[in-house]
Design a protein around this ligand. Sequence first.
Ligand code: ZN
Ligand code: ZN
Length: 193
Amino acid sequence: MRRAAIIAGLTAGLMRRIRHFGDFVTVPLAAVIFLELAGIYRLHLVVMAVAAWTLLEYLVHRFAFHRYSVGRRLHLLHHDHPNDPDAERSSLSTPLIALPIGLLLVGTLGVEDGSAIFAGLLVGYLAFIVVHYAVHRWPIEPDSWLYCAKMRHLTHHRFENCNYGVTTIFWDIVFRTNARTSGGRIHSGVGSK
Ligand SMILES: [Zn+2]
Ligand SMILES: [Zn+2]
């Protein structure tokens, strides 16, 4: 009985770790595989897809997670409990979302072009989850780029209607949703929800 409880506890702990950290293993692995399939001559497509990811990240966060009720309900769990990994995305759902996108890209654009674009999107997603993890959980010194990203994102958590970009400030500037903080005050260009 006691042994069964220990095994159940270990299994639950392992599953929790897979849910929280699986993306940090599977996403770079998949990116390397698709970069290999794309080949060196499709590097420009990879770079373009990384840039496209930053816009996708902004739009999904702003609209799917803050405007529409289902996404908003799930996402606000993270806003309310920013340090609880169980309130964030699960790594188990990533392949379910990513796989159809990868198959669609490869099926319509061919192996090299489709793999290059998919690899770029994976690299962009990896940058997003690393930066998001860091700004919530790493002790970050002031005066670094990551500290700026942290302050920007914490401002988003507080006000909700600004700073939707996590990996880049660019689209917040373009769409006028960028808000800066200094001395506990919020400045400039805060857009609507
Ligand atoms: Zn967050
Ligand atoms: Zn948000």
